[in-house]
Design a protein around this ligand. Structure first.
Ligand SMILES: Nc1ncnc2c1ncn2[C@@H]1O[C@H](COP(=O)(O)OP(=O)(O)OP(=O)(O)O)[C@@H](O)[C@H]1O
Ligand SMILES: [Mg+2]
Length: 238
């Protein structure tokens, strides 16, 4: 078995007194896509924010590449290769595409290679190259999502946390995003993908976790989860 890149053990987190994640245990193994499924409000985004250090760990353990990162600052986690592409994209609207990308590559590890990395992002997303000098606010939703992923790639992630990348996108654009996820995984990136499109997510994923009320309700190889009658009924409407 490949080693676990990210180990989450009995994690408790939330917003001040409001607990949202109540003792969640899961692992992300190196290579491929791990799916994080669950209804609206299940706690997927809260978990991802905690993984990347935007929310504190209240209790439990968090290890990345064997290192205890529970108290490590967010910028240090980026430096070690743990990179969030947040829900809602959060590109800097008044900055250009190129400026957004440069900011993504500002950490000490990736910065020396920022020019090559911009080229690589532009090779993956030719549309971003065409719009390099355009303000991010003027991009379509799908293009903004590409920019958010591109900005994440600029940090040279070892594990990319990808939170609801197809939210609000037209179906054809959502398909493009899933194709991109597949390509990034084939290129060797490890991804943790939170998504509402359960069927497509399970199609690209190797392993899947289902979150309910801040706990893991089911887990297994993606194909098994896709075939589980309970999951099919609750999340696929089948
Ligand atoms: N800033 C906040 N302060 C207090 N509670 C919050 C905050 N953000 C989210 N919550 C609550 O935490 C719970 C989990 O929200 P979270 O955004 O993690 O869910 P999610 O699984 O990502 O849902 P979705 O699929 O809609 O993105 C919800 O009950 C939500 O209302
Ligand atoms: Mg969310």
């Amino acid at each position: 078995m490949t080693p676990a890149m990210l180990e989450i053990d009995s994690l408790v987190t939330g917003y001040g007194q409001t607990r949202v994640v109540h003792g969640l245990t899961m692992q992300v193994r190196e290579g491929g896509v791990t799916a994080l499924l669950g209804a609206n409000g299940a706690g997927k985004t809260t978990l991802m924010k905690t993984l990347c250090g935007l929310l504190p760990v209240q209790s439990g353990a968090l290890r990345f590449l064997g290192e205890d990162i529970a108290k490590v600052a967010a910028n240090r986690r980026v430096l070690s290769g743990l990179v969030l592409v947040p829900e809602g994209r959060m590109v800097f609207p008044s900055l250009t595409v190129h400026e957004n990308l440069r900011l993504g590559g500002i950490n000490d590890r990736a910065r020396p290679r920022w020019r090559q990395n911009v080229d690589r992002v532009f090779d993956i997303f030719p549309r971003l190259r065409e719009r390099s000098a355009q303000q991010a606010v003027t991009l379509s939703g799908g293009e903004q999502q590409m920019l958010a992923v591109g900005r994440g790639l600029m940090a040279e992630p070892k594990l990319m946390l990808l939170d609801e990348p197809t939210l609000g996108l037209a179906p054809v654009m959502a398909l493009e995003i899933f194709a991109l996820v597949r390509r990034l995984a084939a290129d060797g990136l490890t991804l943790l993908l939170a998504e509402q499109d359960v069927q497509r997510t399970l199609d690209v994923a190797t392993h899947a976790y289902v979150v309910e009320n801040g706990r893991i309700a089911a887990e297994g190889p993606a194909a098994d989860i896709a075939g589980d009658p309970r999951i099919r009924q609750a999340y696929l409407g089948l």
